[in-house]
Design a protein around this ligand. Structure first.
Ligand code: HEC
Length: 306
């Protein structure tokens, strides 16, 4: 049994994680997740050539040359280019940060490495989750001893832990037309164009112990006005069971002004993970956004009985 914890600064959609049972806790799982979230698999596969070489072929080519290899490979990921594998050219990825490209390179280059003892966490214990954004990946893998003619079975679980405060523009899904808006002279990004029946979603949330949500809403401004309406939180899909709702007055100012509102979460919800849909409504004015949303925070607290 092995366990590991990785921190990843980008929002991770737990629904999009590659699912496979690994024999051992995989080294550099962070690179694997970053690759799954980028466009790499449009041209690459792990075990066969597509447009670019298979990642296993890359790993064996650089097998005995690791530090140099990490540098070559991570630069290729950022700057693109051709010549190492033929005439075809790899596209540049100027938006991938250097440290993320290095994680990707490390995961690719470790493919097929003979398993080596890895520093893992104790099987039980405490780990301080101190980041305020991004996500933690908790990985556990296990291999049984097999029985008679049965080979050992590997099993793996990856748990994504996300912070309680969730930037709305990093939501996992949004309906068509919902955009990002940066108000003038402010460096926040809010969700915008949340018109009648528009929604954004946060996947795989367990609401056990969550008593309320706080939303930071942005007012309209001189470039962009909002009509107010209603917010409904649905579980499973936009038309799924409604968990809570809140009326949102129309607020418009010269400059975007922020306010925090609270939605109480009922205590009798079924246990387990579900996708949460934040659905906006204004039957009367369907052409205008209801409000801007900066972030959503999940609040743990005591329930006030009676
Ligand atoms: C548009 C197609 C395309 C995309 C998208 C793409 N690649 Fe490539 N990749 C290629 C091609 C073609 C090559 C071979 C380039 C060469 O011959 O030097 C390559 C080469 C590589 C190599 C080998 C580098 C070397 O110099 O030996 C690695 C590693 C790699 N790609 C990783 C990635 C990762 C990670 C991503 C996603 C961030 C990605 N690629 C996205 C086409 C692509």
């Amino acid at each position: 049994m092995e366990t590991s914890v990785d921190y990843i600064e980008k929002a991770v959609n737990p629904n999009k994680l590659p699912k496979q049972a690994a024999e051992r806790a995989e080294p550099y799982v962070k690179g694997k997740v970053l690759i799954a979230g980028s466009d790499c698999y449009a041209c690459h596969a792990v075990d066969r050539d597509v447009n670019g070489p298979s990642f296993q072929a890359v790993a064996s080519k650089y097998r005995n040359n690791n530090d140099f290899a990490v540098a070559t490979v991570y630069r290729k990921i950022i700057y693109g280019g051709s010549g190492n594998w033929g005439q075809r050219s790899m596209s540049a990825h100027p938006n991938i940060r250097e440290e993320d490209a290095i994680e990707m390179a490390r995961w690719i280059l470790a493919l097929g490495d003979p398993p080596k003892p890895k520093q893992t966490l104790p099987l039980s214990g405490e780990y301080l989750l101190s980041a305020e954004k991004g996500a933690y990946l908790l990985q556990a893998s296990y291999r049984d001893r097999g029985k008679n003619t049965l080979p050992p079975l590997p099993a793996e679980a990856v748990l994504v832990l996300r912070p309680a405060l969730f930037q709305a523009d990093q939501c996992d899904e949004r309906s068509r037309g919902v955009g990002n808006y940066k108000p003038f002279d402010n460096d926040t990004t809010t969700l915008n164009e949340l018109k009648h029946n528009a929604w954004f979603a946060i996947n795989q949330v367990d609401l056990q112990g969550i008593t309320s949500l706080t939303l930071r809403l942005g007012s309209g401004d001189y470039r962009n006005t909002y009509c107010g309406g209603r917010l409904e939180i649905h579980s499973g899909k936009p038309g799924g069971p409604i968990l809570a709702s809140l009326d949102i007055p129309a607020v418009n100012e010269k400059r975007m002004r922020f306010r925090e509102v609270q939605i109480l979460i009922p205590g009798n919800l079924p246990a387990g993970y579900s996708d949460l849909y934040f659905l906006f409504k204004n039957e009367v004015n369907q052409g205008q956004g209801v409000t801007g949303v900066d972030w959503v925070r999940f609040n743990i607290g005591m329930r006030n009985e009676g």
